[in-house]
Ligand binder design. Structure first.
Ligand code: IPE
Ligand code: IPE
Ligand code: MG
Length: 263
């Protein structure tokens, strides 16, 4: 199977990345924890534990690269269907991660956000999450969004329902429903759309992640399993992103003309 990195791709150092085209927002589907553990004849939970260590490295590397928004898919609305012991372990790990990383988030000026049905998270972990959200709310160096109990279709349905309620109540007219007003009813209304989506573990699907927001996102797939993904892999993904031409429906010539005019 092929992954995205271009032929002849050479790994780069952080300082070799072009400063002008660092993606403002990177979203990551952190996949492959179970397979990482299985390869080592370990329980899947060990893979999740190891995956947590990878999160720390990648968050710090993203901040160092100058990424303003990082969104991590930590638990999908469909992941509730996993065996109860695995779900329980994942929730315990979430609480543990949030507690242990709070000092670092404060030190590095990272503001935590949560997207998803967080009311479904067990009360103990939800309280830890709320504490981290509150304590980091004034930080301004990078926004770290954790997608927890998140599903893109559910998010779109909720936005449609909330717009319909406003129309029914007479506070919004039908003509005012457009792409902007729709997007402002999504959970990500205060965050720009991702520039780059990374999915680890060789799977080439979106799995109900940010369905609306990924409309023009550059996609990057790597065979690397999430627990093995680190700083250098993030740099490789950013470097690959920097070699892309984002046309947003226009022609390549139009983009060159615009660049010439700007000079
Ligand atoms: C990603 O790893 C973590 C979550 C979905 C919570 P997986 O647990 O999906 O790992 P694989 O895909 O089974 O290897
Ligand atoms: C997507 O991974 C969700 C997260 C990484 C949290 P899954 O492992 O749940 O996705 P599928 O089931 O393989 O599509
Ligand atoms: Mg998976």
């Amino acid at each position: 199977m092929t992954s995205t990195p271009s032929p002849g791709f050479k790994s780069k150092h952080m300082s070799e990345l072009s400063r002008e085209t660092i993606p403002q927002h990177i979203a990551i589907i952190m996949d492959g924890n179970g397979r990482w553990a299985k390869k080592r004849l370990m329980n899947r939970i060990n893979g999740h534990r190891k995956g947590m260590d990878a999160v720390k490295d990648v968050v710090l590397a993203a901040r160092e690269a100058g990424v303003s928004y990082l969104t991590l898919f930590a638990f999908s609305s469909e992941n509730w269907k996993r065996p109860p012991e695995e779900v329980k372990a994942l929730m315990l790990l979430l609480g543990k991660y949030l507690k242990s990383e709070l000092p670092l988030m404060m030190d590095k000026g990272i503001r935590l956000r949560a997207v998803g049905n967080i009311e479904k998270i067990p009360p103990k972990e939800r309280a830890v999450l709320q504490d981290s959200l509150d304590k980091t709310s004034k930080n301004s160096d990078m926004v770290l969004s954790l997608a927890l109990s998140y599903g893109g279709r559910g998010e779109i349905v909720s936005a449609a329902r909330s717009l319909a309620e406003k129309v029914q109540a007479g506070s919004l007219s039908l003509e005012d429903i457009d792409e902007d007003s729709f997007a402002s009813n999504l959970l990500t209304s205060d965050v720009p759309d991702p520039d780059l989506l990374i999915r680890t573990s060789g799977e080439m699907r979106i799995s109900n992640f940010l369905l609306w927001q990924l409309a023009y996102t550059e996609l990057y797939f790597t065979e690397t399993l999430w627990p093995d993904f680190g700083r250098d892999d993030l740099i490789a993904a950013i470097s690959d992103f920097q070699s892309r031409e984002r046309r947003f429906g226009k022609t390549s010539d139009q983009l060159v003309e615009k660049k010439v005019k700007l000079c």
